[in-house]
Ligand binder design. Structure first.
Ligand code: PMT
Length: 219
């Protein structure tokens, strides 16, 4: 099967030298991409700016901003059977991007932000994606309730709930622990382990969903 995976953070520029971003390292998304490749699948990895080398044996598309990630996903999602959104996409970007470096002339500075494109939320409604759709939910409270809400609102087949308030897992760590949230309120816990091992386990669940669902999608 052909699998699209988003990974890493996005950067939303303020001026030529500054940007808004988050602590995503890309490790979770890259581990998923490698697990999918190792299981014999064709992989398109759309990556925000990270310090990881491009994995071999797959198409890697590098982007910076949420807008660029949106366009890259739009260009590729109709060719794949499975789309997995593990990237930590900025929800807001500065309304204005200064042409020159902002000078510290004023005692304070107020930034006006606007919403970025909701890439996961566009998969079904804008891109018309009919394949297996997997979202992530990075939460610091009400983990399962928020993940179940995303599952139904965004038309996902699975949402991977990641408690990012716990030390040692989640953002920028080598290990992770997640709860898989399926339609019908079914949940499965994947306990703390390396992101590599967790990615293999997670990929088994995702492939099973895709194999069980005959949606007439492209391979
Ligand atoms: O990269 P690592 O350091 O390995 O860390 C892994 C991780 C913590 C980033 C990863 O496991 C994770 O939880 N990824 C989701 C991060 C996130 O931003 O979650 P969210 O709850 O804000 O977003 C929900 C879903 O919508 C995600 O699938 C996200 O990719 C997607 N999204 C969010 C905003 C947006 N504008 N467009 C999107 O598609």
């Amino acid at each position: 099967m052909h699998i699209l995976i988003t990974a890493g953070p996005t950067r939303e520029p303020l001026d030529p030298v500054r940007y808004l971003t988050n602590r995503s390292s890309g490790k979770m998304g890259y581990a998923l991409a490698e697990a999918a490749r190792d299981a014999g699948h064709q992989v398109t990895l759309i990556s925000g700016p990270v310090h990881l080398s491009a994995p071999e044996g797959m198409e890697v598309i590098r982007v910076d901003s949420a807008r660029q990630m949106f366009l890259a996903v739009q260009n590729h999602i109709t060719k794949v059977a499975i789309a997995i959104f593990s990237a930590a996409v900025a929800d807001y970007r500065p309304v204005m991007q200064a042409d020159q470096k902002i000078k510290k002339n004023a005692a304070s500075l107020t930034l006006q932000l606007e919403r970025t494109e909701d890439i996961l939320g566009s998969a079904r409604s804008v891109f018309g994606f009919k394949g297996t759709l997997v979202g992530f939910a990075a939460e610091t409270e009400n983990l399962i309730a928020n993940a179940q809400d995303k599952l139904s609102r965004k038309g996902c087949d699975l949402v991977v709930a990641n408690d990012v308030s716990q030390a040692g897992i989640g953002f920028d760590s080598s290990e992770n622990a997640v709860t898989l949230c399926f339609p019908g309120a079914k949940t499965v816990n994947l306990p703390q382990q390396s992101k590599m091992l967790l990615a293999r386990d997670l990929m088994h669940h995702i492939i099973r969903i895709a194999s069980d669902t005959d949606t007439g999608r492209a391979d």
